[in-house]
Design a protein around this ligand. Structure first.
Ligand code: FMN
Length: 178
């Protein structure tokens, strides 16, 4: 499979980057091809809601790094969202890329994909991940994506908190069982 991994953290060596690395290692060991796009380190502007795309055959008015990743998403078999929790949802960097799927929403909705989500967060409250899980669920319904699994790593504020826990092996196992 061709798998697009979208990461959302501005920490190159953070908690969610570790989960991304482990997932990728697991998937690569089973022969899958990975395209990784680190949204926090790419130039992607927020959707301007100008609907230029609807008047120009799905072409966006903004000529930025979406031109690199959108064709990869359109030809992928699977998409993986990797993000730290920011105010109970994905980071703005990652959400910006999802918003910018708008020009190709019709094509995407005709192209079912597998999906997974890896999330890290600092707190341990039981309802912490409710909003991001609800969001992930409606994305599956809309796009449509077929969930292959999630890893929700709580109580991991920084890298040292997640190293040695069960979460990195869980992310690797998710990649291995695809
Ligand atoms: C702007 C911001 C918002 C955050 N919001 C939450 C939150 O809603 N719940 C939570 O448990 N942790 C929250 N955190 C903590 C991060 O999710 C946590 O530190 C995470 O492990 C960082 O991942 P990273 O190292 O991959 O960047 C927030 C951190 C930042 C900087």
């Amino acid at each position: 499979m061709k798998i697009v991994v979208l990461t959302g953290s501005p920490h190159r060596q953070g908690t969610s980057a570790l989960l991304a690395d482990e997932f990728i290692a697991g998937a690569v060991s089973k022969g899958h091809a990975i395209v990784r796009f680190d949204t926090a380190f790419e130039k992607v502007g927020p959707c301007r809601a100008c609907y230029y795309c609807d008047r120009h055959d799905g072409e966006c008015i903004q000529k930025d790094a979406m031109r690199k990743i959108l064709p990869e998403i359109l030809s992928a078999d699977m998409i993986v969202l990797v993000t730290p929790l920011y105010y109970f949802n994905m980071t703005a960097q990652l959400k910006t890329v999802l918003d910018r799927l708008m020009p190709q929403r019709a094509a995407l909705r005709k192209h079912p994909m597998k999906s997974a989500m890896l999330v890290t967060c600092g707190s341990n409250t039981d309802w912490n991940m409710d909003a991001i899980m609800a969001h992930y669920k409606v994305l599956q319904q809309y796009l449509p994506w077929e969930d292959q699994g999630v890893v929700l790593a709580k109580n991991v504020f920084a890298r040292k908190d997640i190293e040695g826990t069960d979460y990195p092996p869980a992310a690797k196992a998710l990649g291995e069982r695809l």
